[in-house]
Design a protein around this ligand. Structure first.
Ligand SMILES: NC(=O)c1ccc[n+]([C@@H]2O[C@H](COP(=O)([O-])OP(=O)(O)OC[C@H]3O[C@@H](n4cnc5c(N)ncnc54)[C@H](OP(=O)(O)O)[C@@H]3O)[C@@H](O)[C@H]2O)c1
Length: 234
């Protein structure tokens, strides 16, 4: 399905997977708006020809005002990030995990709920969760909880709200600025270590996840699905 003249919003679309997704939609003729908080990243996205809006997905009032002004549209992708709450459970500061839920779980829910009145029949919502939800890896039970909670909701939304489709992509290790907390000189070694035992033993590229998101948005017969883009990690 072509995205010609389809209106698309990528929340958290100024970096990494969201930005790669916005670019793919635009290449297919979509009219794409990306949101994010950082002015420099927004400017760089605008330089690529994307429409931009400064917006914090944790701020429901701002979300409601943004979607009301933006008006009707076809596809929503929620790439808003998080990451707090990593570590072995026995020593995990639960305040950090609470913040992890605020960063990703609640901001994704606020974004979707705020957007729903404006999504056109035949449109779609695609969340970006994470393979931590099902990979059962030590040290990531907190992230598994955040992403697993989102993944449990998606198929139910698909049954509740039948005029639009709901899916999620669940990435493994993807080389994006999400990993900026690892010093640049150590990053490739870290990726090699995390992906050593995988059938596809390398980190993924944001474009590889973006391909799957554009496919899910465009295929009118897929709904309620969680698609792992993980090099075989799960
Ligand atoms: N990279 C990986 O290995 C990996 C693996 C599994 C899952 N994921 C998931 O994939 C999604 C995208 O991550 P990424 O790797 O592409 O990370 P990224 O490069 O850090 O991009 C995150 C994007 O989200 C925006 N953002 C974060 N918080 C926001 C908020 N409150 N309101 C609005 N925008 C916000 C950021 O812009 P601002 O900072 O300017 O707001 C940025 O555009 C995330 O949900 C992440 O958990 C990533």
């Amino acid at each position: 399905m072509t995205m010609q003249d389809k209106k698309i919003v990528v929340a958290g679309g100024t970096s990494g997977i969201g930005l790669a997704t916005a670019r793919k939609f635009k290449l297919q003729g979509g009219i794409v708006t990306v949101t994010g908080r950082n002015a420099e990243k927004l400017r760089a996205a605008a330089d690529l020809g994307l429409k931009t809006a400064a917006l914090d997905s944790r701020d429901r009032k701002a979300l409601d005002a943004f979607f009301a002004k933006h008006g009707a549209f076809d596809h929503l992708v929620v790439a808003v990030s998080g990451g707090k709450g990593m570590g072995e459970f026995a020593k995990l500061p639960l305040a950090e995990l609470r913040e992890g839920f605020e960063e990703k779980f609640w901001s994704q829910l606020e974004t979707v709920q705020s957007a729903l009145p404006y999504l056109q029949t035949g449109g779609s919502v695609t969340l970006i969760t994470a393979i931590s939800a099902v990979a059962k890896l030590p040290g990531v039970s907190g992230l598994a909880a955040v992403n697993g909670a989102l993944e449990l909701m998606v198929p139910i939304w698909a049954r509740e709200l039948r005029t639009i489709r709901f899916n999620a992509v669940s990435p493994g290790v993807i080389d994006t600025p999400w990993w900026d907390f690892v010093p640049t000189e150590d990053r490739q070694a870290a990726f090699a270590q995390y992906t050593a035992g995988l059938p596809v033993a390398r980190a993924g590229r944001p474009e590889e996840v973006a391909d799957a998101i554009v496919f899910l948005a465009g295929n009118g017969y897929i709904t309620g699905k969680i698609l792992g883009i993980d090099g075989g990690m799960a």
